[in-house]
Design a protein around this ligand. Structure first.
Ligand code: RP5
Ligand code: MG
Ligand code: MG
Length: 249
């Protein structure tokens, strides 16, 4: 293809903005040009946020020190969903155990150890194009905490039934928005919908055999407590769950 010419016109249309002159041999992105520092320009009419214009592409929380998309596929928000599956910590007789300091019942949540960084996390994942978030929540939990991708078809039905039951039950949306994720850049960042599915009686998902799968290396029930270090903003999501359920934090 011919290198564009009009897209390099010295004066940007409808403005007094001068483009940085780009020589013919530097048009190709593959040609190294470390000093390339183009003018940043958005017309005031676009900045006024008309319905047809995108919101500002910049990271809504501020600078991150990296431009481009890093590990993230999408410019702007990259959408994920986080299923927070909880139960009460009980003794051998099934009675709730109270925390010695806060005197509140202790929640436990299904946690996975991420293969990418080794940190413990909620078994969340990216929303596929066109996928309903409700399905993402169930699919990611099944893949990462139940290893559904590797369960033989014969056993799949029974587990799926249990899971359907829990995830059909009213999940409680605990958080929606920006995630403080280490992969974020100035131009691409994680956003999530975190939903709490609580097995109050301890007889639905609590009885499922946990098995790590996909991008999870380990899986286990972890006590919900402010001292547990977790990936990205996940500790904050659990704090919201604990407050909502009047549990120990
Ligand atoms: C976090 O990354 C989200 O809260 C979610 O848990 C996770 C989604 O990314 P992958 O697990 O697919 O890498 O920001
Ligand atoms: Mg996943
Ligand atoms: Mg994941």
């Amino acid at each position: 293809a011919l290198p564009h010419v009009k897209a390099r016109c010295p004066l940007y249309p409808g403005s007094k903005t001068q483009r940085l002159p780009v020589p013919d041999d530097k048009v190709d992105w593959n040609k190294s040009w470390p000093q390339y520092n183009p003018v940043n320009y958005t017309d005031p009419s676009v900045l006024k946020k008309p319905v047809w214009a995108d919101p500002d592409i910049g990271n809504p929380r501020g600078r991150t020190g990296v431009m481009g998309r890093g590990l993230l596929g999408r410019w702007g928000p990259n959408h994920a969903a986080d299923p927070i599956v909880t139960r009460w910590k009980v003794d051998a007789k099934g009675a709730k155990i109270l925390h010695s300091v806060s005197k509140r019942p202790i929640l436990q949540f299904v946690s996975i150890k991420r293969k990418d960084c080794g940190e413990w996390a909620i078994p969340g994942g990216m929303v596929d194009p066109g996928e309903l978030v409700s399905l993402t929540l169930q699919r990611e939990f099944s893949e990462e905490a139940l290893n559904s991708l590797c369960v033989p078809p014969a056993e799949r039905g029974k587990i799926q039934e249990r899971i359907n039951k829990l995830f059909k039950s009213s999940g409680f949306q605990i958080y929606k928005g920006y995630v403080d994720d280490p992969r974020n850049t100035d131009n691409a960042w994680m956003e999530t919908v975190a939903v709490n599915f609580h097995d109050d009686s301890g007889n639905s998902v609590s009885e499922l055999p946990l098995q790590a799968g996909d991008d999870a290396g380990q899986v286990k029930w972890v006590d919900v407590d402010s001292s547990v270090a977790l990936y990205a903003s996940h500790s904050h999501f659990l704090e919201l769950v604990a407050k909502e359920r009047k549990a120990h934090w």
